[in-house]
Design a protein around this ligand. Structure first.
Ligand SMILES: Nc1ncnc2c1ncn2[C@@H]1O[C@H](COP(=O)(O)OP(=O)(O)OP(=O)(O)O)[C@@H](O)[C@H]1O
Ligand code: SF4
Ligand SMILES: [Mg+2]
Length: 348
């Protein structure tokens, strides 16, 4: 898809919530795209707007109180302009979501096979036999051993990792072109997490899906991302290819996030301070209160325009404006190759 238009193209996406304390700006005018076959990771601390951004794409963000503006073109059609019935044909089908906690996303009263069949039959007029065959096939594809006999088991009979595999099977019923996965491995232990990431990678290759993957865990990003979008307080701070971002992160926020990784900076206590109040974001750079390089220019106007700092890599920081000395921040972190070591193969 390198020459054609992207599978997903998000422009000026803005999502606000009406709250008792006034309007809350959760996502503030962000742009990004996802191509078929690539994995784009949105990273950032808790509260930075990752979930709201991805849930705004298919408008599953609750409205009211949410209000979504901008443009979200999926295969050329603007999802934000579509009627709810039109969108329903795409949501859960051409665009599938996987959520963090399979426990909550499944119905405990029904067998997992029935739930996959139902997900399929909502969208397609297929017989029970066909739906059952497809459900067993999907369970098999996501690595559930003895899929046809596990079909009639209830969710509580599956381990956490297996439940997440079932959720992935459910997401695949419509052969989605785009899979949106929001922290899908956070609830799992490290070994199982690695298996799920590898499964997603294999399925992506098989189905040529675009994947939009949300996580606050840069270790996971190193495993799975082609490109990274770094979000902070509703804005994009930096974007670029995974190797560029890990090898020469350009934005002080990205640098501090990387410094929190045990095998890079070792600052496992996290970045000191907290995000600005989303009801009343500060002028200038949203990160100014926590940045080690803040100068007066950081505190006026809007979030700095993103500037290309290397081919394909952009950062939103005043130091990349003409007449500023970006060497001050370019050296914030160095030689941080992602750990792309093959993951173990123990079974969950
Ligand atoms: N329904 C809602 N009503 C009001 N505010 C909301 C609502 N949903 C999210 N927000 C606010 O929007 C902001 C972004 O939240 P979001 O859930 O997108 O963060 P996140 O980056 O996904 O964080 P996490 O890593 O904890 O999942 C936060 O300030 C949050 O409190
Ligand atoms: S604009 Fe200023 S506050 Fe923001 S990241 Fe750059 S130096 Fe830090
Ligand atoms: Mg979230």
């Amino acid at each position: 898809m390198s020459t054609a238009e992207p599978l997903l193209e998000v422009e000026d996406l803005t999502t606000t919530f009406s709250t008792d304390d006034g309007e809350l700006m959760a996502v503030d005018g962000i742009d990004f795209s996802v191509d078929s076959g690539e994995t784009v990771c949105i990273v950032g601390e808790s509260g930075s707007g990752k979930t709201v951004a991805t849930e705004s794409i298919t408008r599953i963000v609750k409205s009211p109180p949410g209000h979504v503006e901008g443009s979200v073109r999926f295969k050329g059609q603007d999802l934000l302009e579509m009627s709810e019935p039109e969108l329903r044909d795409i949501r859960g089908y051409e665009i599938a979501h996987i959520f963090q906690n399979p426990q909550e996303a499944m119905n405990h009263c029904y067998t997992v096979g029935w739930q996959i069949m139902e997900a399929l039959q909502i969208h397609r007029d297929v017989s029970n036999e066909e739906a059952r065959a497809k459900a067993v096939d999907l369970l098999d594809k996501v690595g559930i051993a003895n899929a046809s006999s596990r079909f009639d088991d209830h969710p509580h009979e599956f381990s956490g990792g297996q439940k997440q595999r079932v959720m992935i099977a459910m997401a695949l019923v419509g052969d989605p072109d785009l899979l949106i996965a929001d922290e899908p491995t956070t609830a799992l232990d490290v070994t199982v997490q690695a298996q799920i990431l590898r499964l997603l990678d294999d399925l992506q290759e098989e189905f040529d899906m675009g994947i939009l993957f949300v996580t606050h865990d840069l270790g996971v990003v190193a495993e799975i991302a082609d490109r990274i979008i770094v979000m902070y307080a509703g804005k994009v701070m930096e974007r670029g290819g995974v190797l560029d971002i890990f090898d020469h992160p350009a934005h002080p926020y990205t640098q501090q996030l990387l410094n929190c990784l045990p095998d890079i900076g070792g600052n496992t206590g996290g970045i000191p301070g907290k995000l600005p109040d989303p009801h009343d974001p500060p002028d200038g750079c949203r990160f100014a209160a926590r940045c080690d390089h803040t100068i007066d220019a950081c505190r006026t106007g809007q979030q700095p325009e993103e500037v290309e700092v290397n081919p394909g890599q952009k950062a939103s920081c005043v130091y990349y404006r003409p007449a500023h000395d970006d060497s001050v921040i370019r050296d914030g972190i160095q030689n941080t190759e992602p750990d792309t070591t093959e993951v173990g193969s123990a079974d969950d």
